[in-house]
Design a protein around this ligand. Structure first.
Ligand code: AMP
Length: 363
């Protein structure tokens, strides 16, 4: 057990690190983040920012020196740095987990090998591999894609070839289009001695970016239990120590297909801050410190609406948004660009969805 008053290191100082720190501080932990930007969103709530590029070995050495455990808010960290870090300080989740979840090819092969279904896919290493594809399909770069970036819906072989060229010929997956009726996610925490799932979250996307999350997902109890079983199965196949988000499609005939996994807190879990007895951030801290996991029970049903750059102006009417009863969470990012995650709104109760939508439109 890594006890309060110890120091937790976080790779990355964005909004996820900020909310991890906001959960760790009341429990008496010190928090240090590593980020290239001294004014990153976590900077105003942590004890220290180690300013350095994610490929700078000195920054990792500095972090390892002051931390009792290190966790992360994103998975695209060079393996070399992770390997060096792991030699000096516990890294949770570990390098192997991160390597598997940040490369769609490794990820899909791992999921299939674990006995879990994902969308049909084909590995693409060269343009000639595309001729065996079935179209329409979605071409996704194996690495560095997020929020719909690095992916293209392609209707013909020619379109697929053009998209592959646009992606500079990097390894890709060609995925069958899933005719889903709902997207959900399950967040599971696993320590060295226990595993706990959050209720299933229902997710709605706009332009490939998460827009709204509802909890509990509007699916039959039996489907929710199956979704949780899948998340637990993947977490144990990974020998996870920390938090894992498993994004899934529910098809019209009730089948569950895994879309992707992320071994860290996830945007779809933000609603847990207000709706669950323990937030995903506190649970992540408990898991990486090997403390007893908290109850994930719902206080109430809830909804979360993301606030992107386009939702926020310098004259945004936060008073009107708060007057709806919604809770406001802002990440203190200086520049509000379109598509950039600036914050989110959460409401509880039967009218939660209407409330967060009303709050967002009144900004
Ligand atoms: P991803 O970056 O893989 O999470 O994709 C972003 C969003 O694109 C997903 O949340 C879905 O809404 C959509 N999407 C991704 N893959 C597929 C697929 N194989 N079939 C249908 N929709 C997809």
């Amino acid at each position: 057990m890594i006890l309060p008053s110890s120091t937790i290191g976080i790779l990355g100082g964005g909004q996820l690190a900020r909310m991890l720190a906001l959960a760790a501080k009341p429990m008496g932990y010190n928090v240090v983040v590593l980020d290239p930007d001294p004014d990153c969103p976590a900077s105003s709530v942590v004890d220290e920012v180690i300013v350095g590029a994610f490929n700078n070995p000195n920054a990792y050495a500095q972090l390892a020196q002051v931390c009792d455990v290190v966790t992360l808010e994103f998975e695209n960290i060079p393996s070399e740095q992770l390997a060096a870090l792991e030699k000096t300080v516990p890294l949770r989740p570990n390098r192997k987990v991160l390597e598997r979840s940040r490369d769609r090819l490794l990820e899909k092969n791992f999921i299939t090998k674990a006995g879990v279904r994902c969308a049909p896919f084909q590995e693409i290493y060269a343009s000639s591999d595309l001729s065996a594809g079935r179209y329409p399909a979605i071409l996704k770069t194996a690495t560095l894609g997020y929020d719909g970036k690095g992916q293209a819906k392609v209707y013909t072989l020619l379109e697929a070839q053009k998209a592959f060229e646009r992606f500079s010929g990097v390894p890709c997956v060609l995925e069958g289009i899933v005719d889903f009726f709902l997207e959900v996610s399950v967040i599971v925490a696993r320590s060295s001695f226990e595993t706990k799932c959050f209720p299933v979250f229902e997710n709605q996307h706009q332009n490939g970016i998460l827009d709204i999350t509802l909890v509990p997902a509007r699916i039959p109890e039996e489907t929710a239990e199956k979704a949780k079983e899948i998340a637990v199965k993947l977490a144990s196949a990974l020998e996870l120590h920390g938090l894992l988000c498993v994004e899934m499609f529910i098809t019209n005939n009730g089948q569950i297909l895994v879309n992707e996994i992320a071994p860290r807190p996830h945007n779809s879990g933000h609603v847990s801050i207000e709706a669950c007895q323990t937030s995903q951030f506190e649970q992540a801290i408990r898991a990486v410190c090997d403390l007893p996991l908290g109850s994930t029970e719902l206080h109430s049903s809830g909804a979360m609406a993301n606030l992107l750059g386009e939702h926020i102006s310098p004259t945004a009417n936060y008073g009107a948004a708060l007057a709806t009863g919604a809770k406001l969470h802002l990440y203190q990012k200086r520049e509000a660009r379109a598509g950039r995650k600036m914050g989110h709104l959460i409401a509880l109760g039967e009218d939660a969805l209407e409330t967060v939508k009303m709050a967002r439109s009144s900004l």
